[in-house]
Design a protein around this ligand. Structure first.
Ligand code: MG
Length: 188
């Protein structure tokens, strides 16, 4: 049958010739309000992906407010259909006040390993109007790769503005999106 004769709904292949792989994908999203530093506001120092960015505003948060590490944590947990970050680390628990969010990533990674998987690819986007993420992007990538025990070339971070509109564009909030791919760990 030529391509012209094939019905429009015909599948390109009858079956997938690739060997079945045990993959999981997870998505994470987070947003924090930004406020001036004390005493004018309640903003904490601005930390993104474990890297401190110099800015006169910072996130309002129970923990250190690292919006990217929170999105990464939820992506890892989502990929194994686990509890979300708020269930694991309630923001009502005084034990987590001001906490370094890399601990959340470490616990999510431990659960991923316990489920028999390991992260093989991560892509994230941080949306903030100011400051620019560009100068810190490589440091953020390298820190994420270190936290997740992944090669840097499998970790990507992008920075975008919100074009001056809505809360993020007006500098009143910062948000992050993350997708992570897990593969069954060898020997698991
Ligand atoms: Mg958060």
């Amino acid at each position: 049958m030529t391509q012209e004769d094939a019905p429009a709904h015909a599948p390109i292949r009858a079956h997938n010739p690739l060997p079945a792989q045990d993959l999981r994908i997870g998505h994470g999203y987070d947003l924090h309000r930004l406020e001036p530093a004390p005493p004018a506001g309640k903003g904490r120092p601005l930390i993104v992906g474990g890297i401190r960015l110099e800015f006169d505003r910072g996130p309002v948060a129970h923990s250190d407010g690292d919006v990217l590490l929170h999105a990464v944590t939820d992506a890892l947990l989502g990929a194994i259909a686990g509890p979300d970050i708020g269930q694991l680390f309630p923001d009502t628990d005084p034990a987590h006040a001001g906490e370094d969010s890399s601990r959340y990533v470490a616990e999510a990674l431990r659960l991923v390993h316990e489920a028999g998987y390991a992260p093989v690819s991560l892509d994230a986007t941080v949306v903030l109007e100011r400051p620019r993420l560009g100068p810190s992007k490589q440091a953020v990538r390298e820190n994420l790769a270190r936290l997740l025990a992944m090669p840097v070339d499998r970790v990507n971070v992008k920075g975008k503005t919100h074009e001056g509109v809505d809360a993020v564009g007006e500098g009143r909030a910062i948000e992050a999106h993350c997708v992570v791919l897990l593969a069954r760990a060898s020997g698991a």
